[in-house]
Structure formats: structure tokens, C-alpha cells
Design a binder for this molecule. Structure first.
Ligand SMILES: [Zn+2]
Length: 312
């Protein structure tokens, strides 16, 4: 009898070790998630300053998608910043492209402005109001600073309906021979630090079950993982010198950057690095401005402006 128990214990232990070894690459991302979960507090250390430079964002969150497009255009118009409207097939609103130089190859900072539920009560604060506000503040700055590097901003619509805005932009860019150096895509921000994520067709945490393959857990269900790609390490190393960036190679993100990367552009999907916060709020009515921490806004703007100032 005792011998049987010992053998069972050995088998369980081996299976556990086998699972651990198979998931060596996923472990660090999983540990970060647990750390964020334990440290999570609804009250941010630095709530959004309503009279500060991101204060306008508090109004932006309640706007519906069509109003959001208009808000962005009015913001740019008021500062004399030229932009182009690029249609998204037969959608009611357009992509908004804001080049700060005549010629590429462009570094594009992109963010989708549409929200998942197109209604005032749903704020989509992290997804993706915060990043839009960051880009608008950057637009204002770049307009004054005239960076050497060819920079453009891109506000996409119809991301939530399957990266449709990104596809429309890519096709238009290809048709017009627009030269693109790289795309830094910002989606799901608003708190904690900045993460560069692997990009794929399904968002979530990728782990391995030995003999069965890779699976992805999005906080709600487990599905077989589809192909995912890592961002360009040289570009990331360069960006990491400007602000700290957490690399999450098994926390896959699906956003506009995924489509661009699939087409061969050098694109990176950036999100907040607090995966617990993102998981708690993603596509829920809890995704609200009260959870924002302004330090995240500051950091992302520093990254965009810092990179714009570099020669290479
Ligand atoms: Zn999003």
C-alpha cells in the first residue's frame, strides 16, 4: 500500500515538473500577473488631474464612436494641425492620419478610437480612450517641436470589429506607396508601466500542455493558441532606453499592430503592463477613468516624444 502511494507521488511530481519545464517561457509572465493581482488597489497612486494636460480625457470617455472621430478632428483643427481622413470601407467614420512631415519613411504612433460598446455609459477608459488622449497630447507637442524624424499619428476606427480600420489603412498606404519605418500601436493603457506584447489573433496568456500543444487563456476561456509573433528586439532595445518597458512574450495581444505585423510592417503592440488591471476591466463597464493613473500617461507620452527626437 505504502509503495503505491510513493509511486503515485512520484508520478504526480514528475508530471508537475514536466509541466513546469514545458512552460519555462510562460512562467515569468504568469508570475508578473500574480504579483499585479496581489498588489492591485482600485485607487490609483496618481489619479487623473482634471485641470492638467490630460484633463480633457474625462469628457472624451463618454463620447460615442462617431463623436470621438469628430472630437479628434476638432482638437487637431483648433491647433491648426493638418490631417487626412481615410475611409474605412463603408463604415460611418474614418481613420484619421496626421503626418508631421511631408515624406516618410514614417514612424507611426497608432491607437484605435472606437470603443467596444458604442454607448455613453460604457467608457472604454483603458480600451482605448487613454491612448487616444495620449496621442492627442503628443500631436499638440509635435506641432510645436517639429521633430527631425518623420512621425505620423494614426487614429483608427473599427478596431473592435476585427481590425478593420487597420486593414483599410494598410491598403490605402500600399496603394499610395506610403513608406513606413515602424508602427508603435497603443491599446489598453491607463495604469502602471508600459508593456510590449507578443501579437496574435487571440489575446491572452499562452501556456503549453505537454503533448497537446499551446493554448491561450483570455481570463474567460481557454482555446488553442494561434500563431503569435514577437516584436523587433532591436527597436525594443532602443525604446527601452527612453522609458522602462516590460516585455511580455507570452501575454499575446490582438490589436491593430497585429494586422500591421502580419503584413510585414515592423509593428509593436504596447499596452499597460498591469495585466491584472486589464483583465479586470477589458470590455466591461468597470473600465472607468477612476482607475487611471496619470503616471502611465506621462510615461507613454515621454516615449513617443523621446523617440521622435532621436535621429535614428
Ligand atoms: Zn482595444
Amino acid at each position: 500500500m505504502r509503495r503505491v502511494v510513493v509511486w503515485i507521488a512520484i508520478v504526480v511530481l514528475c508530471a508537475f515538473l514536466f509541466l513546469l519545464v514545458a512552460n519555462a517561457n510562460s512562467l515569468d509572465d504568469g508570475i508578473l500577473y500574480l504579483r499585479d493581482m496581489l498588489a492591485y488597489s482600485e485607487t490609483p497612486a496618481q489619479p487623473l488631474n482634471e485641470s492638467g494636460r490630460f484633463g480633457f480625457c474625462k469628457q472624451f470617455v463618454s463620447l460615442r464612436n462617431a463623436q470621438r472621430a469628430r472630437f479628434i478632428e476638432n482638437f487637431l483643427d483648433a491647433r491648426g494641425i493638418p490631417f487626412q481622413r481615410i475611409p474605412i470601407y463603408n463604415a460611418k467614420f474614418d481613420n484619421i492620419f496626421v503626418p508631421f512631415s511631408q515624406q516618410g519613411p514614417y514612424t507611426i504612433y497608432s491607437a484605435h478610437y472606437d470603443k467596444f460598446f458604442d454607448e455613453p455609459e460604457y467608457q472604454g477608459a483603458s480600451d482605448n480612450s487613454a491612448a487616444v488622449c495620449m496621442l492627442l497630447v503628443v500631436a499638440d507637442e509635435l506641432n510645436k517641436q517639429h521633430p527631425k524624424k518623420p512621425i505620423a499619428l494614426l487614429f483608427t476606427g473599427e478596431e473592435e470589429s476585427g481590425l478593420v480600420g487597420a486593414k483599410a489603412f494598410y491598403e490605402d498606404a500600399t496603394k499610395n506607396n506610403l513608406q513606413v519605418a515602424n508602427v508603435l500601436n497603443f491599446d489598453s493603457m491607463g495604469r502602471a508601466g508600459l508593456a510590449a506584447r507578443a501579437s496574435g489573433e487571440r489575446s491572452g496568456f499562452v501556456f503549453t500542455i505537454p503533448l497537446l500543444g499551446e493554448f491561450v487563456y483570455d481570463g474567460r476561456e481557454i482555446e488553442p493558441a494561434s500563431t503569435y509573433r514577437q516584436p523587433n528586439s532591436k527597436l525594443l532595445a532602443q525604446l527601452s532606453r527612453l522609458v522602462p518597458i516590460t516585455i511580455l512574450d507570452r501575454m499575446v495581444a490582438k490589436s491593430d499592430g497585429t494586422y500591421f505585423q502580419e503584413q510585414g510592417w515592423n509593428a509593436v503592440n504596447f499596452t499597460s503592463d498591469d495585466m491584472y488591471y486589464l483583465n479586470e476591466t477589458w470590455h466591461t463597464y468597470q473600465d472607468r477613468v477612476e482607475l487611471w493613473d496619470e503616471s502611465n500617461f506621462q510615461r507613454v507620452v515621454d516615449l513617443m516624444l523621446g523617440y521622435a527626437r532621436e535621429n535614428q
